[in-house]
Write a protein that binds this ligand. Structure first.
Ligand SMILES: NC(=O)c1ccc[n+]([C@@H]2O[C@H](COP(=O)([O-])OP(=O)(O)OC[C@H]3O[C@@H](n4cnc5c(N)ncnc54)[C@H](O)[C@@H]3O)[C@@H](O)[C@H]2O)c1
Length: 356
């Protein structure tokens, strides 16, 4: 068990405990309403029994994008109201990013704010999304368009949950770990890339990478919790990645779409002459290894471009705001004209880039 990580936030400090459930969650006396991924409840019922049995209420939710859409919320609210949720109670999320987003949004809005705790069960949630305060909820066709900032009071990170995760979900989490290391610079990325194969076979290597990713992210979110400046680089791979998810109707898991998005960003930066192609040369092999199996999924151009032009980070018509590799080995936010040249580079990558 490694030392806890303490994160400063606008709600005060909160902590990530690298520990085991249920031992780590000795009741603090407050009634606790659990929102749990139904698959996780089925797979880890024994481990979670004492938490679920002692909860004031348990809401089982299937982790789908539809279930984190605003339309799905009335029954969640009704159940919590029926079980007497009050401001001095806590919500406990057990699951991946979808359960996190649902719980964080409810905790931010119900009764104008209720504390929440989090047991992340996917690699993506453990290594990245569990810290940083954000909730993102879908509305109609717009993904992640509604959101709030409210960190959990406490996160218990028990890596034994990862044992039942599908291989593609492990790659999805590794995609976000690669992203965080890319943001920290060429040395951090290359060090992780050298250990890429071991991430899937050696728990110690994976646990180190998770902790390192959280430490890197901590530095950014403590400086820019509300995502208006330095933290924006965490969207590396995301503008392209979200457009890929939309254009493929979510056939590609989030962190894998982000992995393809980083590869595409490197190709576009080189194509626009913003750097000399070193980033693409350095990063392509490991990124391609992480999206292996998804290199032939068709990504149709028009829906891709339509989704990219609607990205919430864009600031002006005819422009897209993207995070691109830089000559110094890091990444930075760049506003690019969405002109014919940019479109041609996108076409070229979508048709040939993943097979390059
Ligand atoms: N709020 C944020 O900061 C933030 C950041 C990144 C992503 N997200 C959101 O998170 C979502 C993606 O989350 P995710 O990748 O963590 O996964 P997820 O919650 O979508 O779950 C993916 C699949 O894994 C299953 N699962 C979860 N834990 C498991 C376990 N231990 N064993 C077996 N199966 C398990 C789920 O039931 C589901 O089928 C997206 O909606 C994305 O928009 C939010």
């Amino acid at each position: 068990m490694s030392e806890s990580l303490v994160i400063a936030s606008h709600c005060g400090p909160y902590r990530v405990d690298f520990d085991r459930v249920p031992e780590a969650l000795a009741a603090d006396g407050k009634p606790c309403h659990v929102i749990v991924d139904s698959r996780v409840a089925d797979l880890h019922g024994q481990r979670l029994a004492s938490i679920l049995d002692s909860a004031a209420s348990v809401l089982r939710v299937e982790a789908t994008e539809d279930n984190k859409s605003l339309d799905a919320f009335p029954p969640y609210v009704e159940q919590l109201v029926a079980h007497g949720l009050r401001r001095d109670h806590v919500l406990l999320a057990i699951g991946g990013g979808i359960i996190q987003d649902i719980t964080c949004f409810l905790a931010s809005t119900m009764l104008r704010g209720v504390d929440w705790h989090f047991i992340p069960t996917t690699l993506l949630a453990q290594a990245d999304s569990c810290i940083g305060s954000k909730s993102s909820v879908n509305c109609g066709a717009a993904k992640n368009i509604l959101g709030t900032f409210k960190p959990p009071r406490r996160i218990v990170l028990d890596t034994r949950f990862l044992e039942t995760l599908d291989r593609r979900e492990i790659h999805s989490g590794v995609g976000e770990i690669l992203k965080v290391h890319a943001i920290a610079g060429a040395h951090a990325f290359d060090t992780l890339a050298a250990e890429f194969d071991a991430l899937f076979t050696d728990d110690a290597v994976l646990n180190r990478a998770i902790r390192r990713a959280l430490e890197i992210k901590k530095g950014y979110i403590e400086t820019d919790e509300f995502d208006t400046g330095p933290r924006l680089v965490f969207n590396f791979g995301h503008s392209f990645g979200h457009a890929i998810e939309a254009a493929t109707h979510f056939a590609i898991p989030h962190g894998i779409a982000v992995t393809i998005g980083m590869d595409m960003a490197a190709a576009i930066a080189a194509g626009l002459g913003l750097e000399d192609g070193s980033a693409q040369h350095r990063m392509h092999a490991v990124l391609a290894a992480n999206y292996q199996g998804f290199e032939d999924v068709p990504i149709p151009l028009d829906p891709f471009m339509a989704a990219l032009s609607k990205d919430k980070k864009n600031t002006g018509a005819g422009q897209v705001t993207v995070i691109l590799p830089q000559p110094d080995g890091g990444v930075a936010r760049v506003v690019v004209a969405a002109d014919q040249r940019f479109r041609d580079l996108c076409v070229d990558y979508l048709n040939h880039g993943r097979r390059a």
